[in-house]
Design a protein around this ligand. Structure first.
Ligand SMILES: Cc1ncc(COP(=O)(O)O)c(CNc2cccc(C(=O)O)c2)c1O
Length: 291
């Protein structure tokens, strides 16, 4: 049976449960990472760990392991599940306390790590592209709950995802309080315009995505310029190509937004070149699982 790392030991999946007094469950008081291993390479594990420790620091959550210790525990969890390709969920909660909000009543943070066989997105999504809507629900402002903190507070993302599903679409594009496009419900967004990649600067209200950064880093090798600048729904509608990026999703072509056909209504050539280049680097850029 698969093994979960929980509270300092490996337990079988069916015995991996947390206290009802865990503040991650009660209040979403915690942080997490979604990470992928490809053929024995944990893609960009260090940037994921850096982001986790930044998010924890920002909410004054003390992780009871050094970054190196927790990095090794992530790799050990994948190895224990005899996986070389996997989706990894790393979660740190405030831990168990009483029913009050006060985080200082939680004596020790709880850490658990899940490594699962990857459930790929349907190939059709990549071959045909997806339909998106613009969500009415906005991304929270940085002075409310900073979207750069990858916290367990995902209700904003879930409500946005629900809007897409209710509209019969696969995904939703999210605006910030000023009406600028920030990202998808759980992915970053890129436009292609006259051969230039455009993505919102994360300070507008997007997560500093690892996949987004990987695309920015690999673009020059494809002779592509990248601009980080604000844009609106109009810019999305008239773009030559649109794609979303995320650890689980990788590079997903968007071929329709709010019933506007994007480009020719099929995954664009730049999107395909970016995805091909991305599939190259995921097997080399990262930390090898072999001890
Ligand atoms: C709000 C948000 N923005 C962008 C991304 C992409 O970031 P990375 O390139 O670092 O993965 C994410 C992460 N994406 C994410 C996280 C948790 C669940 C799901 C899901 O679709 O089930 C997706 C995310 O949650």
């Amino acid at each position: 049976a698969s093994q979960v790392f929980l509270d300092g030991e490996f337990v079988s999946r069916d015995r991996a449960s947390v206290s009802v007094f865990d503040h991650g469950l009660l209040y979403g008081d915690g942080v997490f990472e979604g990470i992928r291993a490809y053929d024995g390479n944990v893609f960009r594990l260090k940037p994921h760990m850096d982001r986790l420790y930044r998010s924890a620091k920002s909410i004054l959550l003390e992780i009871p392991y050094t970054q190196d210790e927790l990095t090794e525990l992530v790799c050990e969890t994948v190895r224990r599940n005899a996986l070389t390709s996997a989706y990894i969920r790393l979660v740190v909660t405030r831990g168990s306390g009483d029913l009050g909000l006060n985080p200082y009543n939680c004596s020790k943070a709880r850490v658990f790590i899940i490594a699962e066989q990857l459930s790929m997105f349907p190939k059709a999504l990549y071959e045909q592209g997806i339909q998106a809507i613009t969500a009415a629900t906005r991304r929270m402002r940085g002075d409310v709950l900073n979207p750069k903190i990858k916290s367990l507070n995902y209700l904003n993302n879930i409500l946005i995802k629900m809007e897409a599903m209710h509209a019969g679409a696969n995904e939703a594009i999210v605006l910030n309080h000023e009406g600028y496009v920030v990202e998808g419900s759980g992915e970053n967004i890129f436009l292609v315009r006259d051969g230039v990649l455009v993505t919102p600067p994360s300070y507008l209200g997007a997560l500093e995505g690892i996949t987004r950064q990987a695309v920015i880093d690999l673009a020059p090798s494809l002779g592509l310029e990248v601009r980080q600048e604000p844009f609106t729904q109009h810019d999305v509608y008239v773009a030559d190509e649109v794609f979303l990026t995320g650890t689980a999703a990788e590079i997903v072509p968007v071929v329709g937004v709010d019933r506007r056909t994007i480009g020719d209504g099929v995954p664009g050539p730049v999107t395909k070149r970016v995805h091909a280049a991305f599939q190259e680097i995921v097997r080399s850029d990262g930390i090898r699982l072999e001890a």
